[in-house]
Design a protein around this ligand. Structure first.
Ligand SMILES: NC(=O)c1ccc[n+]([C@@H]2O[C@H](COP(=O)([O-])OP(=O)(O)OC[C@H]3O[C@@H](n4cnc5c(N)ncnc54)[C@H](OP(=O)(O)O)[C@@H]3O)[C@@H](O)[C@H]2O)c1
Length: 289
């Protein structure tokens, strides 16, 4: 099956393509391949001329703190143009051409003030990046049976692209013997990228629509996660130091305090999630080879 995609050269896209390349043939619409997704004419040409039944829309402006600096520009900000306007254009072109659209969203659509979030909870994003991603979700939901929103959180995986995932960032610093600080009161859910790819394949086979949270099974504080990485790497535990959420993110964009999303819905479809310990073992054993 041919798949048309955006953002396939990014952190998530690179690994998803790598995992699914034997089953699907991907065409990436990116600045490198001559398509700026904020250019409606270029998008129209690419989508109208493709026979792909699905469009994977992964591209976004993802720097949360950088996005916050554009907040006052509102709908004129480049974050809005990429995360909302371009999503709206792609949704409208999918509607015109009868294609399914898969949109990647984020745990950041929630404020993180509730214990656990399901797909039935109404998003209440706190930062500008998060608000634009939720606006994107709304555009895709309008496609009804042809719109699929996949919320992910803290993706990490065996394949390194240009942008490092959080595991590779921490690993890089620890291997250099650097001390790292991480909040011990915040909660997040790491998600192994090959599991996201497998869940996407499952959703495609079911012609799924609506919203699915594709996240790992376990919530950690960033401090616990960093300790686990240090343990797996056999470096000194003392390199990981505890911080408080408020002090760690002071002066930066607001983000969810406890971003714990339920994955019950995708697991009922048959998806399986790798534990963080096993995900780390897989990454580091591959890197040793
Ligand atoms: N990484 C995370 O922690 C995380 C967590 C939750 C959700 N997500 C969501 O997952 C998706 C993928 O994230 P990621 O971390 O893989 O992103 P990323 O590494 O930052 O990559 C972003 C991608 O978007 C493309 N892009 C940006 N502006 C574009 C434009 N105007 N025209 C065409 N392409 C453009 C970039 O293409 P070029 O390389 O050609 O510029 C790049 O491939 C995003 O929707 C993000 O919101 C990510």
């Amino acid at each position: 099956m041919n798949i048309l995609g955006t953002g396939l050269s990014g952190l998530l896209g690179t690994s998803v393509v790598d995992t699914l390349k034997d089953n699907f043939s991907f065409t990436n619409l990116s600045l490198e391949t001559g398509v700026d997704i904020t250019d409606k004419t270029a998008l129209e040409k690419a989508i109208f001329s493709s026979d792909a039944p699905w469009v994977f829309h992964f591209a976004a402006r993802t720097d949360v703190d950088q996005a916050e600096k554009e907040k006052d520009q509102k709908e004129k900000s480049s974050v809005w143009l990429v995360n909302v306007e371009a999503t709206d254009s792609i949704a409208s072109l999918c509607n015109k051409t009868g294609k399914h659209m898969l949109y990647i969203s984020t745990d950041y659509v929630f404020s993180g003030t509730k214990e656990r979030y399901t797909e039935d909870d109404v998003p209440d994003p706190v930062g500008w990046y998060a608000k634009t991603k939720y606006e994107g979700e709304k555009r895709v939901s309008r496609l009804g049976n042809y719109g699929l929103v996949v919320r992910i959180a803290n993706p990490y995986g065996p394949k390194e692209s240009g942008k490092k995932d959080f595991v590779h960032k921490i690993t890089h610093d620890l291997k250099l013997g650097m001390t790292i600080k991480a909040p011990s009161d915040q909660l997040f859910v790491p998600t192994f990228i090959p599991d996201i790819a497998a869940a996407i394949q499952l959703l495609l086979h079911k012609n799924a629509c609506g919203t699915y949270q594709v996240v790992g099974d376990e919530a950690f504080s960033p401090y616990q996660a960093a300790k686990e990485i240090a343990r797996t790497l056999h470096v000194s535990n003392d390199l990981v130091q505890e911080a408080r959420f408020e002090e760690f993110f002071e002066g930066r964009a607001s983000r969810p305090f406890h971003a714990v999303l339920s994955n019950d819905k995708i697991k009922k479809l048959g998806a399986r999630m790798t534990s963080f310990a096993n995900g780390l073992e897989t990454i580091f054993s591959k890197e040793k080879q």
